[in-house]
Design a binder for this molecule. Structure first.
Ligand SMILES: [Zn+2]
Length: 417
């Protein structure tokens, strides 16, 4: 874009001064002018390009951060690599003039390729550990000895979100603070409502640990810890689908959130695997008709079974509760859910052990609200001694609660940069 040059004439003049050196003192004759003009013309092409002077990779509150430094404001794009799980960063009207970064793997980035200068732009391959999308990409002006910077923050994404995000190249910097804007601000005087859904309860204990402890107790304790912290911020109202050891049908959990017009719905669970004490770590799920993998599909089947334990009248099917509302569903709900789940994964990964590919998708009934961004957090595995100890400790619960609140703040745009 032409704009990037006009915005920083100093950057170009600095470059020109270095590139051409002092011209005074030379005899001025036709030959020199000819040679000089050739030099100038060839130099003009590179003078039009910004010099990329640095590249850094690191972590910022769980998000994977890439910082590109140049002698002027950069424009570019991120697109999906032609093969494999990767991205290509393209910096327009730029040329590489920096050392190869010392840190070439961090967070979601498995490796950085070597920069390639071609046709007045720089391309750089980025191999990913798991699917990632741009949470935000913004410029920072020069400061002290540091030049203009383009900052790109990546967050984890479920496979569908990854595909949708890079159906076309993503322009950098992003116009807004995120590829998906946060939900619209609430009217003055109204706090956003977060509904926390502690899984299971009453006659349904959920998963059971090796030591005989119940999922329904862990989920309630963590939901309480999250609720307390959320209320302490004075930024949210909090409603829990159950405050005590009660059985609640899945459809009623969704209906409660809808009735109160929740801004966010978070269902909290913990898993257990028979005959597998090794698997551990938290994972986060969004709803999808097609599961991201067989593990996620099996988990959704286990969690959806909760209603079979209902006593008395047959359970009101969750599909009945929401079917009538489906035509009202905002297409953005799925994207917002996915964004929240990505932020939650990043925030928890910053603090705790996560499963590999921690952000997954499956057909969870409790995530069926068509108009409320919803995610399901699996805290860990009660069948794993380390996870069990963590989930039944005050310190572990505090860390989890803090991670959840940080993700909610970021989702609603409270936490900026
Ligand atoms: Zn559960």
């Amino acid at each position: 874009m032409v704009r990037c040059h006009g915005a920083d004439p100093q950057g170009l003049s600095r470059h020109r001064a270095r590139g051409f050196g002092p011209a005074g003192g030379f005899p001025i004759n036709k030959l020199f002018l000819f040679v000089f003009s050739l030099f100038f013309l060839s130099g003009a092409a590179s003078a039009a390009a910004l010099r990329v002077t640095g590249l850094q990779l690191g972590l910022n509150a769980g998000l994977t951060r890439l910082v590109v430094e140049a002698d002027g404001p950069l424009n570019g794009s991120l697109s999906a690599a032609a093969d494999g799980l990767g991205l290509v960063l393209t910096l327009s009207q730029a040329r590489w003039d920096a050392a190869v970064p010392s840190s070439r793997a961090a967070g979601l980035v498995a490796g950085l390729g070597l920069p390639v200068d071609s046709a007045g732009q720089v391309s750089l391959g980025i191999d990913l550990v798991e699917p990632a999308v741009v949470e935000r990409a913004f410029r920072l002006p020069p400061q002290g000895t540091v030049g203009d910077r383009l900052v790109i923050d990546l967050r984890p994404a479920d496979p569908q979100a990854w595909q949708a995000a890079f159906a076309a190249p993503v322009s950098l910097p992003l116009a807004g603070s995120a590829d998906i804007l946060p939900p619209p601000p609430v009217s003055p005087g109204r706090l956003r409502l977060v509904v926390l859904d502690p899984g299971h309860g009453g006659q349904d204990p959920g998963a059971i640990s090796a030591a005989g402890r119940y999922e329904k107790d862990v989920t309630l304790a963590i939901a309480r810890a999250v609720a307390t912290r959320l209320r302490q911020t004075h930024r949210y109202r909090v409603l829990m689908t159950r405050e005590a050891d009660r059985f609640i049908r899945l459809g009623d959990r969704v209906a409660l959130a809808r009735r109160h017009e929740a801004d966010l719905f978070l269902s909290i669970h913990a898993d257990s695997l028979a005959a597998d004490r090794a698997t551990r770590g938290a994972s986060v799920y969004v709803r999808a008709d097609d599961a991201s993998d067989t593990d996620a599909e099996a988990l959704a089947l286990r969690e959806n079974r909760a209603d079979q334990l209902a006593e008395g009248a047959p359970a009101r099917d969750v599909n009945e509760v929401v079917a009538i509302l489906l035509d009202l569903a905002s297409r953005d709900t799925g994207r917002l859910s996915s964004r929240f789940a990505g932020l939650l994964t990043a925030s928890l990964g910053h603090r705790l052990t996560l499963r590999h590919n921690a952000l997954r998708a499956a057909n969870f009934k409790v995530l069926s609200a068509p108009d409320i961004p919803s995610a399901l957090l699996e805290l860990g595995y009660l069948s794993n001694p380390a996870d069990e100890a963590l989930l039944f400790s005050d310190a572990g619960r505090a860390e989890l609660a803090e991670g959840v609140v940080a993700a909610i703040d970021r989702f609603f745009g409270v936490d900026d940069r």
